[in-house]
Design a protein around this ligand. Structure first.
Ligand code: NAP
Length: 247
């Protein structure tokens, strides 16, 4: 495994045991020198398995148990990172779920609550728990993995991208996540943090029963770029790998 030095950048990716999160970890660790990736996983065993696969490729990674729907798990993860590394340089809020039926049936209160528990409250609680460690970084970067299904502009256009897709709780959760990201971007702008939102596009993963048309390689690219932004780069943006998308 590549060695960790005192100036290695410490990166946490939530939900990195598979899908787009796993691919972000792989690209970041293989394409950029000096990054050590914590493979966040709500299930410790799945996280260890994913980390082992990347370690076999010589990449600097390790597993970190974190269930973003559970404050005690988030707090324990933050304590582990604090005692091992004393800081966090990059946080990628990637964990996400879809529970809507997508068949035009209304989504219940329970579906809204469960979706928001992970996609919104999970990203907020995780970010809040890691703020003290991000404040110790010389160049904090936070990436929110959202979706174009959270774009109000697209939704308001009857013929806009994915206008045929319903999914109210997922759409609302990603629109809320976008506002959340902008709130952190505003709060930490003066400290030089870069807080940005990434849309992977319709990507073949378990999230959509592997019906997505894009590859995880493409879906991860924009998040990797936002994780390594320089000090003169953008903050408070909403983009995909081809460029900005409308709010
Ligand atoms: N695929 C697409 O077309 C697409 C498009 C736009 C945006 N996105 C976004 O991209 C992100 C990654 O999705 P994906 O497509 O890679 O889906 P995926 O393959 O289903 O991966 C989702 C990841 O989130 C984790 N997760 C779920 N609940 C969690 C919790 N309570 N705590 C911590 N982790 C949790 C999953 O863990 P388990 O393995 O334990 O379930 C898994 O690691 C999501 O935010 C999604 O909304 C995806």
């Amino acid at each position: 495994m590549a060695s960790i030095s005192s100036d290695s950048k410490i990166v946490l990716i939530t939900g990195a045991n598979k899908g787009i999160g796993f691919e972000i970890a792989k690209q970041l660790a293989s394409q950029y020198k000096g990054y050590h990736i914590l493979i966040g996983s709500r299930d410790a065993e799945r996280g260890e398995k994913a980390a082992e696969a990347l370690k076999k490729e010589g990449l600097s990674v390790e597993a970190l148990a974190i269930d973003v729907a559970d404050d005690r798990s988030i707090e324990a993860a933050a304590q582990t990172v604090k005692s091992k590394f004393g800081r966090l340089d990059v946080l990628i809020n990637n964990s996400g779920i879809i529970l809507d039926s997508f068949t035009g049936e209304p989504s219940s209160r329970a579906v809204f609550e469960a979706t928001f528990a992970v996609n919104v409250f999970g990203a907020a609680s995780t970010t809040d728990a890691f703020i003290p460690l991000l404040e110790k970084s010389a160049a904090a970067r936070v990436v929110f993995v959202s979706s174009d299904l959270g774009s109000l502009t697209y939704r308001a256009n009857p013929t806009g991208p994915y206008s045929f897709v319903d999914g109210p709780s997922y759409r609302c959760s990603k629109a809320a996540m976008n506002m959340l990201a902008l709130t952190y971007a505003h709060r930490f702008r003066g400290q030089g943090w870069k807080v940005n939102i990434h849309n992977p596009g319709y990507t073949k993963t378990d999230l959509n029963h592997n019906n997505g048309t894009g590859t995880v390689e493409d879906g991860a690219k924009g998040a990797v770029r936002l994780a390594v932004l320089g000090d003169d780069s953008e903050t408070a943006t909403y983009s995909e790998k081809e460029g900005p998308i409308p709010w």
